[in-house]
Design a protein around this ligand. Structure first.
Ligand SMILES: [Zn+2]
Length: 354
């Protein structure tokens, strides 16, 4: 018994020694740390933290930070390059040209067409587009590049006319050398809430939503001046233009008809971005005298503030290939409209296509 008690006591002592030895060896560095060990420790923590931060920021930098300013056709430089690189990150494979070119416009248009109905399809890089592009980076939006609009170059219709591959863009040039596709019908046509020269329902009351909203603002502003502006004719389908042109050619001959009427596909009215307007002072007719009315003069001065231009100005007939039409408004967006109207140029000149 005594022997076994001794063995138990020795075992306990050994255990106590071992345990305290363990404690000792564990505690020693904390009780008497080497002079610079805490610094080392801190710097280790710093390294770990900075690695974490770097890791996090690398993840975020998979997507480029988008430019803050709006961009559109004809713009060039660093901001455009960043936008192009971003679009390529999304899966578009466009050339990095630093120019807001047709490929860039195509990628943006295709992206916009894949968003919900609230997205304005413009081919511009604006705040709404920027916000949606950013939603892709956080996984809130998924897109399939090219699924809404495949990239094509403008196809030749004949020796001097091409067919626009992207009829959606707000700065699309539609004229006798640039035609809209025969099957292009804007899918966001609405009737603007403005005064018309007639009351019945008619497809020609329609415009694309972005232009209709802008026209409503223009009318609200001109109403403040107690002027009497009336809308007359907006959207016109390819078929309607075809019938109209054919009847003009029958009546006036082709050469004369071409001075005031567009061939099917070549009318801006098919784009849904144009509206003919008039006033009581010219008996609601579409005649050049409208330019001298108070309403006509007001438009010349103020239409650009709402994104509209007088598309066929006086003295530019050789460029536009149309007579002066002070009644024909075309929506191009506020930035382009101001530059065009302030400089007294045509859309052709603005886009370098004259
Ligand atoms: Zn017109």
């Amino acid at each position: 018994m005594v022997k076994s008690n001794l063995i138990i006591s020795l075992t306990i002592l050994t255990l106590i020694f071992l345990l305290s030895g363990c404690n000792f060896s564990k505690q020693q560095p904390e009780e008497s740390p080497p002079p610079d060990s805490s610094e080392e420790h801190e710097s280790e923590v710093d390294d770990e933290q900075s690695e974490e931060i770097t890791g996090e920021s690398n993840e975020k930098e998979e997507f480029i930070t988008l430019p803050e300013e709006g961009l559109q056709k004809g713009d060039e430089g660093e901001a455009v390059r960043i936008l192009q690189e971003f679009l390529n990150e999304l899966g578009y494979s466009i050339a990095i040209t630093e120019q807001f070119d047709q490929e860039t416009i195509w990628a943006l248009t295709d992206f916009q067409l894949q968003q919900d109905d609230n997205m304005e399809v413009t081919g511009l890089y604006d705040q709404q587009t920027k916000d949606s592009l950013e939603l892709v980076t956080v996984g809130d939006i998924e897109i399939k590049p090219g699924s809404a609009l495949s990239y094509e170059k403008n196809a030749s219709l004949d020796e001097e006319t091409v067919e626009l591959a992207n009829p959606y863009e707000i700065l699309a040039l539609v004229n006798k050398k640039h035609a809209l596709p025969a099957d292009y019908i804007p899918d966001d046509l609405v009737v603007p809430d403005v005064r018309f020269t007639f009351v019945e329902d008619n497809p020609k009351k329609q415009m694309r939503k972005i232009a209709a909203n802008a026209l409503e603002e223009l009318f609200a502003a001109i109403d403040e001046e107690d002027l009497d502006l009336f809308a007359q004719s907006g959207y016109r389908s390819y078929e309607t233009q075809d019938n109209l042109y054919t009847s003009y050619v029958t009546t006036y001959g082709e050469e004369e008809a071409n001075m005031f009427s567009a061939k099917p596909g070549e009318s801006e009215h098919q784009s849904g971005l144009s509206m003919d307007v008039t006033s009581p002072d010219v008996d609601y007719r579409l005649i050049t005298d409208f330019g001298d009315t108070e309403e006509g003069k007001w438009l010349q001065q103020n239409a650009a503030d709402y994104g509209f231009i007088i598309r066929y100005p006086l003295g530019k007939e050789e460029i536009t290939e149309y007579q002066y039409e002070p009644w024909h408004l075309r929506y191009v967006g506020i930035q382009a409209a101001k530059e065009i109207m302030e400089q007294g140029i045509t859309l052709e000149e603005y886009l370098g296509e004259n």
